[in-house]
Design a protein around this ligand. Structure first.
Ligand code: ADP
Ligand code: MG
Length: 295
């Protein structure tokens, strides 16, 4: 027998490096008319690097001590920012003490007990909430103005330093945004947990004008629901634990596989295995062709 069009499309998608989980999903992908993209790990390569290590003067910590504390706390996390911090510590040959009582709050950061001290690493906006005059806020703002993601480190509730982390835009972003815009006749929106300054700078390079920054996982869901209430069928593309609820809520969800979290991969309808963002519009186009053949 000849292969039914949707199964044949799944096979073709697979050859292009996209794992589409079912024929139903393959069919639905062709119906999307709006796209919401995550930033870190989706528009960016997902291999961010620590570029700045700024202990606060009052902390009396050295750069290596600050990095050691942060990396120890981040060690259990699978977030790309956590891996950047751990890799930076390893690259300097630092020994990481064990972390206990690890917790992570998607879209905001991690906490752990390191050597008896309560260490928190995460979004300056969230950790400094209500302490906008703190010297750490100014350090973070300068890094963010330079397009970095700033990560605050606290010990026992006291800010001790800030790390600057930078990630490169994927080479194919502008072409992908243009292709998605043509397919849906609407510009994609950027949904990110990162700070508005870094997000705006990157969106500009990517050719995206609709940017929602500082979002928690449930805020991403709310943004998707709002579009769907307006009658759109939304495709969410993301990679993180923080994207999983939006991937589940959307008409269709595609996860970036290489740096993606297990939860995102399991929740999504399809997974980009070969780590090329340009396969996202390709698979939507593939679905549309297959649907025209299904009678
Ligand atoms: P995005 O939506 O762009 O993929 P996330 O929602 O994953 O970003 O993260 C949003 C913000 O939360 C980050 O910019 C960072 O400030 C903070 N954050 C989340 N997880 C971590 C972590 N493991 N370590 C440090 N900061 C984190
Ligand atoms: Mg992400």
């Amino acid at each position: 027998a000849t292969m039914p069009p949707l199964l044949s499309a799944i096979a073709t998608a697979g050859r292009h490096g996209v794992l589409v989980k079912s024929a139903v999903v393959m069919e639905q992908l062709g119906r999307i008319d709006a796209v919401a993209l995550d930033k870190t790990g989706t528009l960016t390569e997902g291999t961010p690097r620590v570029t700045d290590i700024r202990p606060l003067a009052a902390s009396e910590l050295g750069e290596e001590e600050l990095l050691t504390l942060a990396a120890a706390a981040e060690h259990p996390s699978e977030h790309p920012l956590a891996r950047a911090v751990v890799d930076a510590a390893r690259a300097r040959g630092l020994d990481l003490p064990a972390a206990e009582d690890f917790t992570s709050a998607p879209g905001s950061g991690v906490t752990a007990t390191v050597g008896g001290r309560a260490v928190a690493v995460g979004s300056p906006a969230r950790l400094l909430h209500g302490r906008t005059g703190h010297p750490a806020a100014a350090v973070a703002a300068r890094l963010e103005d330079a397009g970095r993601t700033a990560v605050l480190v606290e010990v026992d509730g006291v800010p001790v330093g800030v790390l600057g982390i930078a990630d490169r835009l994927r080479a194919e972003v502008a072409a992908t945004v243009a292709a998605l815009t043509a397919l849906t006749e609407a510009a994609p929106v950027l949904l990110t947990g990162d700070n508005p300054r870094a997000a705006a700078r990157l969106a500009d390079e990517a050719g995206i004008t609709d940017v929602r920054a500082g979002l928690l996982p449930q805020d991403k869901v709310a943004a998707v629901n709002e579009l769907e209430r307006a009658g759109r069928k939304v495709l969410v593309v993301g990679d993180g634990v923080n994207d999983a609820p939006a991937l589940a809520a959307a008409h269709s969800g595609i996860a970036m596989g290489r740096a993606g979290s297990d939860l995102a991969l399991e929740t999504a309808d399809a997974v980009v295995v070969r780590d090329e963002l340009a396969t996202v519009p390709a698979v939507v186009a593939l679905s549309r062709r297959a649907r025209r053949l299904v009678v």
